[in-house]
Design a protein around this ligand. Structure first.
Ligand SMILES: N[C@@H](CCC(=O)N[C@@H](CS)C(=O)NCC(=O)O)C(=O)O
Length: 206
């Protein structure tokens, strides 16, 4: 098969699996599990020297970093649908993807780990609360941006929405209160209810 996606669905590989489902791609899922040390084997390090997933191998072209992978796949297979055609919209897709990684991912993960993932005696409630406070500013920005249309680049769902929503998918298990950000809450729900998102979530249960 031409495209291989490395990484179990309960890792950041979820983002890429969701993208592949949106694009209707045929792919081989190589279920490398970060929890077993499988990301640190010589074979995996040869693909991604960071020892992480996701990674893709698209017919011999190897790429890591979830946002870069999704932008690449969307541009290769989804111009005019998931990937914008206007240069300015393309730049906004990058803007939102970088923003998600730099402004949102760390605090949402801090809340997630300290509220649900770590063993109870290792959780730091204050760190989680602090992370939720830090998230308020970017969530206000996102709420404001969603005032102009149903999605980040306008009416249509694009890679910008998928990339940011796949990071914010952790907000619910992290028990982030979304009530001050009603547009974000509605947009996130719509993104999560897409058939491709549901199909990717199903992979987390297998
Ligand atoms: N910035 C990277 C982060 C990738 C990452 O941290 N992946 C985790 C799983 S969600 C991983 O593979 N961890 C294994 C390890 O660090 O050993 C991306 O977005 O692709």
């Amino acid at each position: 098969m031409a495209l291989k996606i490395y990484g179990v669905a309960r890792s950041r590989a979820f983002r890429t699996l969701w993208m592949a489902k949106e694009l209707g791609l045929d792919y081989e899922h190589v279920k490398v599990d970060f929890a077993t040390g499988a990301t640190r084997t010589p074979a995996h390090l040869a693909l991604n020297p960071n020892g992480q997933v996701p990674v893709i191998d698209d017919n011999g072209f190897v790429l890591w970093e979830s946002m870069a992978i999704n932008l690449y796949l969307a541009k290769k297979y989804g111009v005019g649908t998931l990937y914008p055609t206007r240069l300015e919209d393309e730049a906004r897709a990058w803007q939102w993807s970088f923003w998600g990684m730099t402004e949102v991912e760390r605090p949402v993960l801090t809340a997630l780990f300290n509220r649900t993932i770590l063993p109870e005696d290792k959780r730091d409630a204050a760190a989680a609360d602090d992370a939720e406070k830090q998230l308020a500013q970017p969530l206000r920005v996102l709420d404001g941006a969603l005032g102009g249309g149903a999605n980040l680049l306008g009416d249509n769902f694009t890679v910008a929405d998928l990339n940011v929503a796949s990071i914010l998918a952790w907000a619910r298990p992290a028990q982030i209160d979304m009530s001050p950000f009603p547009k974000v809450a509605e947009w996130l729900k719509n993104c999560a209810e897409r058939p491709a998102a549901r199909a990717a979530r199903q992979l987390q249960r297998e």
